[in-house]
Design a protein around this ligand. Structure first.
Ligand code: FES
Length: 92
């Protein structure tokens, strides 16, 4: 996916097997850039998933297909203990 701006409008350009689509690059929920999201084909429909809260959008129509998920997905990797310790250490 590629982010472009034309006359102040942010657009995500998506190449699906040589066919190009242009959708609004900003998620209507909290303005995340959809061009940083993930493209998947779900049940024959090409979708992009918002990188912030995982709303999904139809790439062909640009329409929202699902609402934001405010809890982390089950396959999200937990913060390793070492990183957590580093964050909790006092900084000098
Ligand atoms: S910013 Fe896209 S779902 Fe929240």
């Amino acid at each position: 996916m590629k982010h472009i701006e034309i006359k102040g409008k942010e657009i995500a350009i998506i190449n699906l097997d040589g066919k190009y689509y242009a959708i609004n690059d900003r998620c209507g929920h909290m303005n995340a850039p959809l061009s940083k999201g993930e493209i998947k084909n779900v049940q024959g429909k090409d979708i992009v998933t918002c990188p912030f809260h995982f709303s999904t959008f139809d790439i062909v129509t640009g329409k929202k297909l699902s609402e934001p998920k405010m809890s982390p997905p089950m396959d999200m990797v937990a913060l390793p203990n070492l990183c957590r310790m580093l964050l909790l250490m006092p900084h000098r």
